[in-house]
Design a protein around this ligand. Structure first.
Ligand SMILES: Cc1cc2nc3c(=O)[nH]c(=O)nc-3n(C[C@H](O)[C@H](O)[C@H](O)COP(=O)(O)OP(=O)(O)OC[C@H]3O[C@@H](n4cnc5c(N)ncnc54)[C@H](O)[C@@H]3O)c2cc1C
Length: 467
């Protein structure tokens, strides 16, 4: 029998694996995973010269937790940057693909000439966006919707034609409900500090100095995101990961917790980390910790589908620019976004072919429920063919659904995350269970959860042994 306290982690997505990796040195760990594989939403498939990412394909560089973990696991040399070719965002509004003006920082124009020359906004819309520095600050640190923040600062058109498609697409969200503090925390804070965002950004950039700016862009992994999952799995002790093992209930037991598994087995743990979706965590805690369960119910989820489509390069009658696009909700299109996978990163498709990754669905958009996978492929192809002027059918097309997959960063999510991160005695929550979305944030929240539960467990074990 192991002398070390046992910590059970529920869920082997990126959050559960990260927490397990951090805890494995000092504790006896067990990771329980309902599926027959690790990775959760991370799912890379290699197939006939294609590298298909169904879930996440990249890590944002300005949140360092993802890159740091990759380097620590010896994956530094496998981090891929975007291929050259321009990284300007594109949006679909008014039925066509349009470039977001150069110098746009997510929601904020930082260069006047490209903004003034851009046809994306009307002359009135451009003037309104350019006047951001003249708009008085709200001087209120409370959260507000992204829609309210962007409309107040840069005007309605800047919201409808840039912020809405970009953030609606990134989170498969109804952007009217998104939180400004969660989606653009730095810009929201700059308004309070400097009175307007333009001045704040200028001062921030000057303070960082040319060589010391926060990292921009994204990283992928050579071999796909599953490489990170495999590296974490390899660091766990033999037998620590149990697949096809669903946790059905969680009760207080002895000094810690008792987990009821789907086969009727029970497992005792000194501490538990919940790294499963929030709605699963809520179910597990309903009887034992009803208040925490109610807070977990506040985390909303959206569904979407990914469609990977492979075309001959000759199908592109018009050359593709940039790395993809987001579709404004006002288009009433089933397409949410598309990224040009093989233009974005090396090693995704054979020479002479172009791999496109389309996203369908999302909150507040037409439901995909009535469509089978073949129809999803057809809908995605038809949408792309019209927008990108494609000739002929795809050589390959497949779809995968992600049901209730993406926690929604809606107004108030910051407080919900804080409350959930506090967990309960010898119980920590992280990643999706805390309402986080995006690999770097999930990794960081898992590291914090592991640290908290390790401290608590070590402290109470010390007390018990001394007592
Ligand atoms: C289509 C798509 C594209 C995305 N693209 C990006 C991107 O490019 N970059 C980025 O940073 N992020 C992206 N994300 C978000 C990112 O994938 C997620 O935020 C992250 O993977 C969530 O990890 P997690 O471990 O917290 O949760 P999950 O991945 O949901 O893992 C939870 C695990 O818990 C298991 N589980 C559930 N119930 C039980 C139970 N009762 N008992 C035991 N186990 C259970 C599940 O099977 C699952 O393995 C994308 C997400 C999707 C869906």
């Amino acid at each position: 029998m192991s002398e070390r306290p046992r910590i059970v982690i529920v869920g082997a997505g990126i959050s559960g694996l990260t927490a397990a990796y951090r805890l494995a040195e000092a504790f006896d760990i067990t990771v329980l995973e309902a599926a027959d594989r690790a990775g959760g939403h991370i799912r890379t498939e290699e197939r006939g010269g294609l590298l298909l990412e169904w879930g996440p394909d990249s890590l944002v560089a300005h949140k360092p937790a993802g890159e740091r973990l990759c380097r620590e696991l010896g994956l530094g040399s496998r981090l891929l940057r975007l291929r050259s070719g321009g990284s300007r965002m594109q949006v679909v509004t008014g039925g066509r693909l349009q470039q977001v003006p150069e110098g746009y920082l997510m929601i904020a124009p930082t260069r006047m000439m490209p903004l003034i020359r851009s046809p994306l906004l009307s002359p009135l819309g451009r003037t309104r966006a350019a006047l951001e520095r003249m708009i008085p600050a709200r001087r209120d640190e409370a959260d507000e919707s992204l829609q309210s923040f962007v409309t107040r600062r840069w005007g309605q058109e800047a919201y409808e034609r840039v912020a809405e498609p970009v953030f609606g697409g990134l989170f498969a969200a109804d952007a009217t409900r998104l939180s400004a503090q969660a989606c653009v925390p730095r810009m929201h804070a700059l308004e309070n500090t400097y009175g307007n965002v333009a001045t704040g950004l200028r001062k921030m950039m000057a303070a960082h100095g040319a060589g010391n700016r926060p990292r921009a862009g994204v990283y992928a992994l050579d071999g796909g995101m599953s490489v990170l999952v495999e590296a974490l799995e390899q660091r766990l002790p033999d037998g620590a990961l149990r697949f096809r093992t669903s946790v059905c209930d969680l009760q207080r037991g002895g000094a810690g917790w008792r987990l009821l598994l789907d086969g009727g087995e029970t497992l005792d743990a000194d501490a538990v980390v919940l790294a499963c979706p929030a709605f699963v965590a809520s179910r597990l805690l309903r009887a034992t910790a009803p208040e925490l369960a109610a807070q977990l119910d506040a985390v909303e989820y959206a569904s979407c589908a990914t469609v990977n489509l492979l075309y001959d390069a000759s199908a592109m009658r018009t050359p593709l620019h940039g790395f993809g696009f987001f579709v404004a909700r006002s288009e009433n299109s089933p397409l949410l976004a598309c990224n040009y996978a093989s233009l974005k990163f090396d090693g995704r498709a054979p020479l002479g072919c172009v791999l496109l990754r389309a996203f369908l669905g999302g909150a507040g958009r037409a439901s995909l429920d009535g469509l089978d996978d073949g129809q999803l492929v057809r809908v995605a192809h038809e949408g792309l063919a019209a927008l990108l002027d494609l000739r002929g059918a795809p050589r390959f097309g497949r779809a995968r659904r992600f049901i209730d997959a993406l926690p929604q960063p809606v107004v108030g999510i910051g407080q919900t995350r804080e409350r959930l991160a506090a967990g309960s005695d010898r119980l920590a929550l992280c990643g999706s269970a805390c309402g986080w979305v995006g690999l770097p944030d999930c990794i960081e929240s898992a590291e914090k959860a592991a640290e908290r539960v390790a401290e608590e467990t070590a402290r109470s074990e010390g007390i018990e042994r001394a007592g």
